[in-house]
Design a protein around this ligand. Sequence first.
Ligand SMILES: [Zn+2]
Length: 77
Amino acid sequence: MHACDLCHQLVGEPSSVPPHEHLAASGIAARSNRCKVDSRWRCTGCGAWMYQSTALGEPPNMWRMGARPDDWPDNRG
Ligand SMILES: [Zn+2]
């Protein structure tokens, strides 16, 4: 995957940093106890998946780049 500069710059930043302009909200991951783990974003520019972790995420309170979620249907892009 060749992520764009905007995505690269966001990786490792605190979750308090807002998503960049090309990120589209793509759902929220939660544990079975409904505690929110992270917010999912997909870059409309490069297609990278970005995860905005909460304090329960891994790593906590930080932006990371990751693979497409397992529960994301192919036909949605
Ligand atoms: Zn990007």
